[in-house]
Design a binder for this molecule. Structure first.
Ligand code: SF4
Length: 294
């Protein structure tokens, strides 16, 4: 199934990469540009491109960038907020968003994910059921729950489950260090594509993770998820988008402290994560396994 005709991958740390891609994009004329990103930099890009319609979220300053601007509905999960840009061209989406009443609607389930059920993935035969996935990484250091917490949770679940660590190649070291202390566990960090993860998650019992990409892949796969939130909050719209989920978080006046979290805690304590005990996570995770629809 082809989802996109073309994907431009930007290396954000490399200014040459940014200008090369912008120059490439400038070589075409478009019918529509939808810009779900709200930064001034993205708006500056849109301004330089040729398109009959340019559609983005309404900000006080961006009236000269877009031909149509959509008021962002903060009550919607972010997946639907982004789709709401299509209201400007689709009555169908307008109706669906107007009638949204919570949870993941049938129409939003991914046919791509359903296709995965038909695939026989080589990893299928290596994982002894039941499988518990742990994704201890995050690009942002403050969004990571403690290594000790993940270790304790893995030790407990390792008594009854096959524990599998997953993550990106940057998280391979963290996952490997945990896996070394848990001889019966597996480390697949850096070895799985998004499609591999979708397949694996479709065959798992539970994921324990931070507010990270793995959480969203699990939601797409319908894998029950216990997510530990620190510097970010559910109101940002990036909660696990499924009913079989639970979030473990502390009420603290400093939360949220940034849209993405930080590499270093601004107040130096990182208490939003450090104060969450392994017992709290274990209790919520076990409840979720017993009753995924709670
Ligand atoms: S400022 Fe508060 S919310 Fe942000 S990382 Fe530190 S403890 Fe967590």
């Amino acid at each position: 199934m082809q989802l996109a005709d073309c994907v431009w991958e930007i290396n954000k740390k490399n200014s040459n990469s940014r200008s090369q891609i912008l120059n490439g994009l400038k070589g075409h004329e478009y019918d529509f540009i939808f810009c779900p990103h709200e930064s001034i930099r993205s708006a500056a890009w849109v301004l330089q491109l040729k398109s009959k319609e340019k559609i983005g979220f309404k900000k006080w300053w961006n009236f000269f960038v877009f031909t149509k601007r959509v008021q962002k509905n903060k009550k919607l999960p972010d997946a639907l907020r982004q789709l709401s840009l299509l209201q400007t061209v689709s009555i169908d989406i307008t109706d669906k968003i107007k009638n949204y009443s919570g949870g993941v609607p049938e129409w939003a389930s991914m046919s791509l994910v359903n296709e995965i059920n038909k695939t026989v993935h080589p990893l299928k035969w290596q994982l002894k059921q039941p499988v518990l996935f742990l994704a201890p990484g995050s690009v942002w250091a403050t969004k990571r729950w403690t290594r000790d917490g993940y270790k304790k949770v893995a030790q407990e679940f390792g008594k009854t489950h096959t524990v599998v660590f997953v993550g990106t190649s940057d998280e391979r070291e963290l996952c490997a260090s945990l896996q070394e202390e848990l001889p019966n566990s597996l480390n697949l960090a850096g070895q799985t594509s998004v499609l591999d993860l979708l397949f694996l998650f479709k065959n798992g019992k539970l994921l324990i993770c931070n507010d990270s990409g793995a959480m969203h892949v699990a939601s797409a796969a319908g894998l029950p998820t216990a997510a530990v939130f620190g510097p970010t909050v559910l109101g940002f719209g990036y909660q696990p988008w499924q009913t079989k989920s639970t979030v473990i978080e502390k009420k603290m006046s400093c939360r949220p402290c940034g849209k993405h979290g930080h590499q270093v805690c601004p107040i130096g304590t990182h208490a939003c994560m450090k104060d969450i005990s392994a017992d709290e996570v274990l209790e919520k995770a076990r409840k979720l396994i017993q009753d995924p629809s709670h």
